[in-house]
Design a protein. Structure first.
Length: 111
């Protein structure tokens, strides 16, 4: 289980070796809250640079929903977050970034 306190912009920036990682929003409510974190890759890296991690958490701070994708686009849901560890989340984000970049490169080849 991942806790909201484990997912911060600066921590993701460091652990994913990114240029930037910061909250775009964070709201608290009766059920816990929600947040969006912008993630920016280094400018010298090829491919898409801007991504976001969006999530909802319970009142105890445990994450109940996550999605990841390109900034300002609907991301794809990250399944089974109740059994996901922080290290597994990092691995999943890295793989999704690679997939998004590969798909962009592939689509550019068809133009």
């Amino acid at each position: 289980m991942i806790l909201k306190s484990q997912i911060t912009g600066p921590k993701l920036k460091k652990d994913l070796n990114l240029k930037k990682g910061h909250y775009r929003w964070h709201n608290k409510n009766k059920r816990g809250g929600n947040f969006g974190i912008n993630l920016t890759r280094n400018p010298d890296e090829e491919g898409h640079k801007f991504f976001e991690l969006v999530g909802y958490y319970r009142t105890d701070g445990s994450i109940r929903y996550l999605q990841f994708g390109k900034l300002f686009n609907p991301g794809s849901k990250i399944g089974n977050v109740d059994n996901l560890t922080y290290d597994q989340l990092l691995s999943l984000i890295k793989n999704r970034i690679k997939t998004i970049i590969a798909l962009e490169q592939l689509s550019q080849g068809f133009q």
